[in-house]
Design a protein around this ligand. Structure first.
Ligand code: MN
Length: 190
């Protein structure tokens, strides 16, 4: 049984960039529903006692387990996304990761540009990610719906949720403004 992880900040802590109202729906309703659906779907199956990451790896790309994959990945993606948000958090990565970002993308500013481009150009619901492959190479990726880097053997380092439910109450259709605000005021590098 999975339970909804509490947010790592107060629901009003990200105002005015992400409202308490958005978090009430996004965490309290959307994220909760993924947890509830996952618990129902895995009950009595081989997935019942697996970790979230294990469920994601074992259900990915298997049409028989699409619903389990979608809900498990969305539970993971949201847990990870909340950890990427903080008004007071680090707005730049630690020096080791920063060096890697600079050598991969040219500069931190160029990384931001490419990350924003991925987030804005994801057609429909999905996510943009900074991820690392098994050789330690960095990649910016975008994924549709629940899909995530773990399903493709990559380790996620940073993400933004670009489903409309993530920003519609605060930004309506202006996804680019939401992504820009995320990069400037909400990003939390660990
Ligand atoms: Mn979401």
């Amino acid at each position: 049984m999975f339970t909804l992880s509490p947010l790592p900040f107060e629901k009003s802590a990200l105002e005015p960039y992400m409202s308490e109202k958005t978090l009430n729906f996004h965490h309290g309703k959307h994220h909760q529903t993924y947890v509830d659906n996952l618990n129902k779907l895995i009950s009595g199956t081989k997935f019942e006692n697996m970790s979230l990451e294990e469920i994601i790896k074992q259900s990915a790309l298997n049409p028989e387990y699409t619903a389990i994959f979608n809900n498990a990945a969305q539970v993971f993606n949201h847990n990870f996304f909340w950890s990427c948000l903080s008004k007071e958090g680090n707005k730049k990565p630690n020096s080791e990761l920063l060096k890697k970002i600079e050598s991969t993308f040219g500069s931190y500013e160029n990384f931001e540009k490419e990350f924003k481009q991925a987030a804005v150009s994801q057609f429909g619901s999905g996510w943009a990610w900074l991820a690392q492959d098994t050789d330690g190479n960095l990649k910016i990726t975008k994924t549709s719906n629940a899909d995530n880097p773990i399903a493709h053997g990559l380790k996620p380092l940073m993400t933004i949720d670009v489903w409309e439910h993530a920003y519609y109450l605060d930004y309506q259709n202006r996804r680019a403004d939401f992504v820009e605000t995320f990069l400037k005021y909400l990003i939390n590098w660990k």
